[in-house]
Design a protein around this ligand. Structure first.
Ligand SMILES: NC(=O)c1ccc[n+]([C@@H]2O[C@H](COP(=O)([O-])OP(=O)(O)OC[C@H]3O[C@@H](n4cnc5c(N)ncnc54)[C@H](OP(=O)(O)O)[C@@H]3O)[C@@H](O)[C@H]2O)c1
Length: 354
């Protein structure tokens, strides 16, 4: 029987502050005929695992509001980074059984690239030679989007500076980007003092396990005070913006580098503004912003990523940590929960077994 139930998570309404499952996202079921569904030159994918990321919130907006990250379309399934297996293909180079990574629709089965109105600049599908002893879900984070962000960002903007640096600070670091980065920096630059912050005692344990030298809870300990004692900071990897960025600007070393990777304080509420920006001038600082896969520097730096990171995952240098949601019924909750900072490890939606 080729007609099966296809669960999907639809984008249902634009949130103004925090999103609510069942209001801004809705789980529905439809039927799909796996043998006859039109592919229009594309592929039919069976989804295995999908990523839940804070940045999806930026896509939950009126499409008239301009942003480099394309708006989600009301009434259509959400899409984000994920992995799956090809079921049928009309696309040259793709065969049934191929393991694929890319922007995948929040459905059990989906046709890639889908209808023209749902296609955007981030949509890509990459065939990956999956290692038999690494679970599929790991290709969504440590061997996918979050790992590549840390790896390529470091190689593009910090690696040269790191050779002469003493101190590296990363904030809200217990998530998948932060822990990959700490483990990787510990591995390739053993001389650097790593200072890392997070928002709970449980997260601090993860930072220590990953290899940070100085850890602190920024909610109970003043960031500026810790950095004044253990800094100045040569390289700052910023996941948050807001007051922590302000406090760190005061404690940067001369010729320091700030790499702005996330801006999570501004996702659900207004940005507070930066008071200490003058220190960029006084200390001759360089500030880079980055987005995975955008621009030559990030693309070139990512080339060796999968091969090198696979070895590091296999030998345990990079440890995988997952915060799992089982099934697409849980996907709305998974997208909402990442905005409360409770997650330990990569928030991931397991849609089907490998
Ligand atoms: N530029 C890129 O291409 C790119 C790619 C991937 C990820 N990112 C960004 O990099 C950062 C880390 O990514 P990740 O996947 O590893 O995320 P994550 O750490 O799992 O989640 C974000 C963390 O931010 C902290 N946080 C601080 N202020 C917050 C607030 N107001 N609301 C909610 N959380 C807050 C929380 O940790 P604490 O409780 O410890 O503060 C939370 O766990 C995120 O900002 C993400 O958007 C950027």
């Amino acid at each position: 029987m080729s007609i099966v139930t296809n669960g999907r998570l639809l984008y249902a309404a634009h949130p103004t502050t925090f999103q609510l499952p069942g209001v801004h996202t809705k789980y529905v079921e439809v039927k799909i005929d796996l043998e006859t569904v039109a592919l229009d030159g594309g592929v039919l994918i069976r989804t295995l695992a999908l990523s839940s990321d804070p940045v999806v919130r930026i896509r939950m907006r009126d499409p008239k509001i301009d942003h480099f990250f394309p708006a989600l379309i009301l009434g259509r399934p959400i899409d984000n980074w994920g992995v799956g297996v090809v079921v049928r293909s009309e696309k040259p180079g793709f065969q049934p059984g191929d393991f694929v990574y890319g922007f995948i629709s929040f459905e059990n089965y989906s046709v890639y690239p889908g209808p023209p109105e749902a296609q955007h600049q981030f949509q890509f599908l990459q065939k990956i030679a999956k290692h038999p002893s690494i679970p599929a879900s790991v290709y969504v984070h440590d061997l996918g989007m979050t790992g590549e962000t840390a790896y390529a960002g470091w190689h593009a903007y910090a690696k040269e500076k790191a050779k002469t640096s003493k101190t590296f600070f990363v904030n809200s670091a217990a998530g998948p980007v932060g822990t990959f980065l700490i483990e990787y920096v510990r591995h390739i630059h053993p001389h650097i003092k790593i200072i890392a912050s997070a928002g709970s005692a449980e997260k601090l344990e993860i930072l220590k396990e990953a290899g940070a030298d100085v850890v602190f809870n920024y909610k109970t300990t003043n960031t500026g005070k810790v950095l004044a004692e253990h800094g100045p900071v040569d390289i700052f990897w910023d996941h948050v913006g807001g007051t922590v960025l302000d406090d760190t600007l005061l404690n940067m070393a001369q010729f320091g580098i700030i790499i702005r990777v996330g801006t999570v304080t501004g996702y659900n509420e207004e940005d507070t503004g930066i008071k200490n920006i003058k220190h960029v001038v006084f200390k001759s600082l360089t500030m880079h912003g980055l987005v995975i896969g955008i621009g030559e520097a990030m693309q070139t730096a990512a080339v060796p990523f999968l091969e090198e990171a696979t070895k590091l995952v296999l030998d345990g240098t990079i440890k995988t940590r997952e915060w799992r949601f089982e099934g697409l019924q849980q996907a709305g909750q998974a997208l909402a929960d990442v905005h409360f900072g409770q997650q330990i490890g990569k928030p991931i939606i397991i849609v089907a077994e490998d």
